[in-house]
Design a protein around this ligand. Structure first.
Ligand SMILES: Cc1cc2nc3c(=O)[nH]c(=O)nc-3n(C[C@H](O)[C@H](O)[C@H](O)COP(=O)(O)O)c2cc1C
Length: 306
């Protein structure tokens, strides 16, 4: 979001609730190395899946300014500001502390968790490899090799840090919540599990796929953005992983190159080439209202823990 959009969104949310809110931001990677030959090959490959990709699409830098986003988040004064894909700079962490805003840092490995704690994080969000959406690995080069499942990640991080740990990845029902609490987590974060709730605005094809996709039918792919994320394994993600397909460009080059295809897929509700993020437990996702689902999951978890 652009800084003005962050402020507007917070205003809108606060008209509906007086409860505490959390804002989240991606820590930017270093500017990507460009390979114009590879980009040309990718444009040809992508033209088979979506509209033609113009030669200057990858040059169009519409990335919001990170420092201005961070300032907009501070100005909004939420209870929590979280991070993914890295750590906030020390000066920003000091500003968070001065304003009493808690920093929840996403970590995908024990090393990242200890680095986050040393940098001043108040809570670790331990994101297992089961998780839907982008992986929060600090170094994109490690995102596919340092793959840790949540059942190993949570207790090892709990033992390595003194701050509370939130478990994320593959949790979608009371069983998962109870398991995370048994492993030492203080709370859980659920993403995919809410995507089929009536409040979610995802296209119908994606919604339908989530209800039936098996864990092994999701895939970790760089083919949408250049950063690995877990999505429904679709015809496009399979083709992009094929032996003849060009390697995806780095983030955000690949994201810019696929923008036309992703927009066309969402508009036409075409799952085959849609950016349909999905965690491995997608089929456990609920279809009742988000509020009723939270109550159901918590009551089921309490029953198991009792
Ligand atoms: C559609 C979607 C978008 C997401 N976007 C973000 C994001 O912008 N920032 C972030 O920290 N995590 C993001 N996540 C990851 C979640 O915070 C969380 O780690 C993940 O959903 C947990 O795994 P689960 O999907 O199996 O519940 C996203 C997840 C999904 C499914």
């Amino acid at each position: 979001m652009q800084p003005g959009e962050i402020a507007a969104w917070v205003r809108e949310v606060r008209t509906g609730t007086s409860g505490p809110i959390q804002l989240n931001n991606w820590i930017p990677d270093a500017p990507p190395a460009r390979d114009h030959n590879q980009e040309a090959t990718l444009r040809t490959f992508l033209a088979n899946w979506g509209p033609e990709v113009g030669p200057d699409v990858a040059d169009q830098d519409n990335q919001p300014d990170f420092d201005e986003q961070c300032q907009a988040m501070l100005d909004a004064a939420p209870a929590i500001i979280s991070s993914i894909m890295g750590l906030y700079p020390a000066a920003y962490v000091s500003q968070l502390k001065a304003r009493g805003i808690a920093w929840f840092a996403t970590a995908t490995t024990v090393l990242e968790a200890t680095q986050a704690e040393a940098a001043g994080a108040d809570v670790i969000v331990a994101q297992g490899m089961e998780a839907g959406g982008h992986r929060g690995a600090f170094d994109p080069g490690q995102a596919e090799t340092a793959l840790v499942g949540l059942i190993s990640l949570v207790p090892t991080i709990v033992d390595a840090v003194k701050i509370p740990v939130v478990a994320a990845g593959g949790i979608a029902d009371g069983r998962g919540v109870a398991a995370a609490l048994a492993l030492g987590a203080s709370a859980v974060q659920i993403g995919t599990g809410f995507l089929r709730c009536p409040e979610s605005r995802i296209p119908g094809g994606w919604r339908e796929a989530l209800g039936k996709v098996r864990p092994e039918e999701t895939a970790l792919t760089r083919a949408f953005s250049g950063r690995p994320g877990r999505s429904v394994a679709t015809a496009y993600t399979r083709a992009a992983a094929g032996p003849d397909a060009p390697a995806p460009g780095p983030y955000p080059i690949q994201r810019r190159l696929t923008a036309g295809m992703r927009a066309a897929a969402a508009k036409t509700d075409d799952l085959t080439r849609m950016q349909a993020w999905a965690g491995q437990s997608a089929s456990l996702s609920g279809t009742i209202s988000a509020e009723a689902l939270v109550r159901q999951i918590w009551s089921d978890a309490r029953e198991i823990v009792r």
